[in-house]
Write a protein that binds this ligand. Structure first.
Ligand code: NAD
Length: 263
């Protein structure tokens, strides 16, 4: 989609990958709405870019709906929704000792936050017709491969990949492209103090700008590329994941679903 003069809403935009993406989209001439549970961080990033900062907990559907309405009200549109907010709770691969409150918190942000965000984005976009729009979400390499250190994180990120691949064909007829960004380890708050640990075992750590580049690639990709998962790895340009097909009669059910009614 064409970005100049359009509106981007970025969740988790107060730091890390979201902040880098907000800066990248603003540099492309977009007006940005920076959304974060940390109001000060959202305002700081937004004001540095002449944008709008909004506080929102993406795990609360009412807050998410209100945030999209506020963005459209203040900035006139939501053309690009980058559903990027995410957390790691703690790296514990032992399912036997999983704390269920941690589990709910992880899934609440990493999965519910994307479901609520995609739903609100589509509803808002339907009230503001335009030729081209896009919804992006940050999953992770842990959405494509097993992630033994934090299986619940992998659960949420695999779910985001499946969700976005599933909704993409449904939204193409409305000119809404859908892409997933799957970064490897990146120097941000999610990584915390683990950089030394991961580099010691030979895992290169990317800067958030590399992921912002991938978000820009996805946002500007042709509509025909909708449903792509962009893998982002250290020292490489973003590349589209190829999924192995499963030949099955069940695939006959996989025809795009059209909207049944406007909200
Ligand atoms: P980060 O901690 O720097 O940024 C995450 C932002 O999300 C923070 O500003 C935080 O305040 C915000 N946030 C947290 N909970 C929220 C909530 N409930 N509602 C709204 N905002 C909330 O980390 P990051 O690495 O930039 O994370 C961005 C995304 O990238 C996440 O989805 C993360 O899972 C994903 N990711 C990160 C890495 C990595 O190594 N850093 C790798 C792959 C994927």
């Amino acid at each position: 989609m064409e970005l100049t003069g359009r509106v981007a809403l970025i969740t988790g935009g107060g730091s890390g990958i979201g902040r880098a993406a907000a800066q990248r989209f603003a540099a492309e001439g977009m007006r940005v709405c920076v959304v974060d549970i940390d109001a000060h961080a959202a305002d700081t990033v937004a004001s540095s870019l002449g944008g709008l900062g909004l506080q929102c907990d993406v795990s609360d559907p009412d807050q998410v709906d209100a945030t999209f309405v506020a963005c459209a009200g203040e900035l006139g549109s939501v053309d690009l929704a980058f559903l990027n907010a995410g957390i790691t709770v703690h790296w514990s691969g032992d399912i036997g000792t999983l704390d269920l409150a941690d589990y709910r918190r992880s899934v609440g942000v990493n999965l519910d936050g994307v479901v609520f965000g995609a739903r609100a984005a589509v509803r808002t976009m339907r009230t503001l017709p335009a030729d081209s729009r896009a919804i992006l979400a940050t999953a992770s390499l842990a959405g494509l491969v097993p992630w033994h250190p934090d299986a619940v994180y992998a659960l949420g990120k695999h779910a985001v990949v499946g969700l976005l691949r599933s909704i993409a064909p449904n939204l193409a007829a409305e000119g809404i492209a859908v892409h997933t960004i799957c970064p490897g380890i990146t120097e941000t708050g999610v990584l915390g103090d683990r950089r030394v640990l991961v580099e010691r075992i030979g895992v290169p750590v990317m800067e958030p700008d590399a992921v912002a580049d991938a978000a820009l690639t996805a946002a500007t990709a042709p509509l025909d590329d909708t449903g792509t998962c962009w893998v982002v790895q250290h020292g490489k340009p973003p590349w589209p994941m190829t999924f192995t097909g499963v030949p099955a009669a069940d695939q006959r059910l996989n025809t795009p679903v059209r909207p049944t009614h406007s909200p």
